[in-house]
Design a protein around this ligand. Structure first.
Ligand code: DC
Length: 222
């Protein structure tokens, strides 16, 4: 087994930005598991699959092959041979990923892909159930959070910078809806693992959080 760092937390806490930076600093591979759920969600949207129809969902999952690869250290998501990395960041995909990831078949489909990657390499993996379900023996577990207002503000700034029209209150409502669903689902809900270190990034810079995680990792033997 490689050295495994699990980072869990709610949408918009900065997990991916920070995990990417920390991975670079430590020489680890960064694995974004949310992107895998987003890839499945994209397929379900494209094929108009009703997630509440168990049979339809199972049939669809049998037709889906998700693979990850790396280009210049950046994770690429491959859906049935098509690189969909740039297509999975829309609000529509975010909401569908949150809905479909509550389904046990969907989680089952991705479990092995995530575990296999962590067996082979030193990884920082981020998601919702990494420390609790996927990598219970990870050498370091982080639960990264921030206030809902701060998470919405960051997302708003990000969209503004990209020149995308958006409304702060709508973003806050979308994040609250996703939190509610991700934290209260029956299978693998988002929660802090007992042995995870809690980091609230509301009043911390990206660099501060990254340094803190790297320090914890080094102390744990990375
Ligand atoms: O981290 P993200 O916003 O890209 O994740 C998209 C959705 O996928 C999120 O609403 C919850 C789900 N997800 C999950 O259930 N388990 C994970 N390990 C990662 C993401």
């Amino acid at each position: 087994m490689g050295f495994n760092i699990a980072i869990d937390g709610p949408a918009g806490a900065g997990k991916s930005t920070i995990a990417k930076l920390a991975a670079k600093e430590l020489g680890f591979i960064y694995i974004d598991t949310g992107a895998m759920y987003r890839t499945i969600a994209l397929y379900l949207i494209r094929e108009h699959v009703d997630c509440e129809d168990e049979q339809a969902l199972s049939d669809a999952l049998r037709s889906i092959e998700v693979e990850i690869s790396y280009t210049d250290g950046v994770q690429q998501l491959i859906l049935n041979g098509e690189n969909v990395t740039d297509l999975i960041r829309t609000e529509e995909v975010s909401q569908m990923a949150s809905i479909s990831s509550a389904k046990p078949q969907v989680r089952q489909k991705l479990l092995q892909l995530q575990r296999t990657a962590a067996e082979k390499y030193d990884v920082i993996m981020d998601g919702r159930d990494i420390g609790t379900v996927i990598l219970p023996d990870a050498q370091l577990k982080i639960y990264l959070t921030a206030s809902i207002e701060e998470r919405a503000r960051r997302r708003y700034m990000e969209m503004q910078e990209k020149g995308i029209e958006c409304d702060l209150h709508e973003i806050e409502a979308d994040i609250a809806e996703r939190d509610e669903r991700d934290m209260n689902r029956e299978v693998s809900p988002l929660k802090q693992a007992e042995d995870a270190v809690l980091i609230d990034s509301s009043h911390m810079t990206i660099t501060d959080v990254c340094e803190k995680i790297c320090e914890l990792a080094r102390n744990a033997g990375a």
